[in-house]
Each structure stands twice: as structure tokens, then as C-alpha cells.
Design a protein around this ligand. Structure first.
Ligand code: 8YV
Length: 318
């Protein structure tokens, strides 16, 4: 008898090819409840494939009495009720490391795009303004600037390493200092923001970091400062961010993530000092393929060998 797998959201054709070799595949539109069509099959589902930010909640976990593994596409797993899974002995896996380089590249791409006003200058050329009005205004360099990284995990460290090429001075804030790194540690986020040209948000989402970057941090970064967020929209107080950009209390922002995706505050659309991307940090063919392969490998190894490849930290002992 083949096992049953529930895909929440969608899976790539390559993932589907692999899944269908091993499983009967079902789809659930929502992460929170079970579609009525699936109600009769709930007890047959042993594996779930989902996304970190879409996740799976306690109710749906409870509706799947024989679930053994939740394999998530992405490093962040704030949308998954991990405690509900652990309470039932369900393994939760994610896809760390394979996306470090591209997510770090996205952060640096946003730093450069904001500072050099790439989008504005591109529009300037396309509108024929270069020929009519002459050279575009001078922009700001990222060379040698001080960059504060909020959350020095694997992606944060990759950003820090890559920024060495730009001679940036990297400092960081996280819950605890990391003795193995040489970057200066700030125990106080507001103080770090006050000392930096750029604040790069890389810390995981979830209740522990909700609105961690609020008014005080934003104002400390100040009119000459730039906020880059490639983590989760929930980490930044978005209303405060928009207001600070409008009033000139914050200099600029490069944002890949938002509080209520795919909805983005329209006030940002008209701002030339802001670059917006639609949550594409890991969205390259190469990285997404590696992430998909790891989602599948976690499930396959779990059922074949009893051990997943990349459990979330809370499930490492299982
Ligand atoms: C998502 C991400 O997984 O890894 C993460 O935490 O946010 C992304 O890579 C991607 O949006 C999948 O939808």
C-alpha cells in the first residue's frame, strides 16, 4: 500500500516527480484547516510538504492522526506549530544552508540597489531623461560602511563574509555573542543601529522577534541610515517604518519581506529611496532546486532510514 502525502500550497514539478514515486499525493489549499474533500483520508496521511511562512498550524496537525513528518521548503519555519508537532512526536525538517549564498546575495543586492538608486537610474535612462537632462545625480557608496547584522546565523555570517569584499565594517546583534566570530557584538540593538549606516535584518520570524525593529531602532538608524530586511516582515514594525521613511526620520530601505505578504503598503510605491522585491531571497533556479531536493530527501531518508537530513533544531534529538 502506498503512503499518503499532503502538499500544502504547491510543489515544483521536480518535487512532484519524486513524491509520486513514493506517495499518493493530496493537496490542501490552506495551512490551517483540512479541505472537506480530504476529510475521509486524513488518517492515511503520514507526511506533509509545506512552506516555512505558510506552514501548518495546530488544528491541521491535530486533524492528521497518523502524521509522522512535516518537511518544509525554506529555512524559516515560523508558520509551523513546531510545539504541536513535537507534542505528537512528529518530525519537522527545513532547508538550511543550501540557500545561504543566494539570500545573502539578495541582501547585498538590495544594499547596492538602494544606495546607488539602481531602479531610479534605470527609469531615468528608459524615460529618455539622460539624453534630455544630462547625468543622473551622484549616489552613496556602500564601500567601507558600517553594517549591523541583526541575527548572525548561517545567512548572517554569509552576508558578513561577502561584505568583506566591500571593505565594510561588520558588527552584529543577536541574543548571545558568538565567541567564534571576530565581528564586534552589540548587546543593545538600538545602540548598534545608532552606530551603523546599514541595519540588515536576518533574524528568524515568530513571536520572539515580532516588531523587534520598532520606532526606537528605526530612529537610531536615522536619516542617513538604511534598513534592509530579507528575513520576515513581522520582525519590523511596518507602520513605523513607513512613517519614518515618509518623515525623513529614516534614510532609505531595501525590503524583500513584508508583514502581510503579498500586500505591501502602497505608501512605499512612490518612494525613490526604497527598493521593493517580492520575497525572492532564495528564488533562483539553482537554490530553489536544491531546496526542493532537500525537502524530498528529508522525507525519503526519514521513511527509509528512520532519520531526517535537516531537522529543525527543536527536533534534532528525535
Ligand atoms: C521561502 C524563506 O521558503 O527560507 C525561507 O525562510 O522565506 C523562503 O526561502 C520561500 O518563500 C518559499 O516560499
Amino acid at each position: 500500500m502506498t503512503r499518503n502525502l499532503l502538499v500544502i500550497g504547491s510543489a515544483t514539478p521536480r518535487m512532484m516527480d519524486q513524491f509520486s514515486k513514493m506517495f499518493t499525493v493530496h493537496f490542501a489549499e490552506q495551512g490551517r484547516t483540512l479541505a472537506p474533500a480530504l476529510a475521509g483520508k486524513a488518517d492515511q496521511i503520514v507526511a506533509v510538504s509545506t512552506y516555512g511562512d505558510r506552514g501548518i498550524g495546530r488544528d491541521l496537525i491535530a486533524a492528521l492522526p497518523n502524521l509522522e513528518i512535516i518537511s518544509s521548503y525554506g529555512v524559516g519555519y515560523d508558520g509551523i506549530d513546531v510545539q504541536a508537532a513535537i507534542d505528537r512526536g512528529i518530525m519537522v525538517t527545513h532547508t538550511p544552508n543550501v540557500l545561504n549564498a543566494d539570500v545573502a546575495n539578495t541582501a547585498i543586492m538590495l544594499m547596492l540597489a538602494v544606495s546607488r538608486r539602481l531602479v531610479v537610474d534605470d527609469a531615468y535612462v528608459r524615460a529618455g531623461r539622460w539624453a534630455r537632462e544630462g547625468a543622473a545625480p551622484l549616489r552613496r557608496s556602500i564601500e567601507g560602511k558600517k553594517v549591523g547584522i541583526l541575527g548572525l546565523g548561517r545567512i548572517g555570517e554569509t552576508i558578513a563574509e561577502k561584505l568583506q569584499v566591500f571593505d565594510c565594517e561588520v558588527v552584529y546583534h543577536s541574543r548571545n555573542p558568538k565567541p567564534e566570530v571576530s565581528y564586534e557584538y552589540y548587546g543593545n540593538l538600538v545602540m548598534m543601529a545608532g552606530d551603523c549606516d546599514y541595519l540588515v535584518v536576518v533574524t528568524p520570524g515568530g513571536s520572539a522577534t515580532r516588531k523587534l525593529v520598532g520606532r526606537e531602532v528605526i530612529e537610531a538608524l536615522g536619516p542617513e541610515g538604511t534598513l534592509i530586511n530579507i528575513a520576515r516582515g513581522t520582525v519590523v514594525d511596518e507602520a513605523e517604518l513607513v512613517a519614518a521613511l515618509q518623515d525623513g526620520r529614516l534614510g532609505a530601505a531595501g525590503l524583500d519581506v513584508f508583514e502581510n505578504e503579498p500586500h505591501v503598503p502602497e505608501a512605499l510605491f512612490a518612494m525613490e529611496n526604497v527598493v521593493l522585491t517580492p520575497h525572492v531571497g532564495s528564488a533562483t533556479e539553482e537554490t530553489r532546486r536544491a531546496m526542493g531536493d532537500l525537502v524530498v530527501e528529508n522525507i525519503v531518508r526519514f521513511f527509509n532510514e528512520g532519520k531526517a537530513v535537516t531537522p529543525v533544531p527543536e527536533c534534532r534529538g528525535m
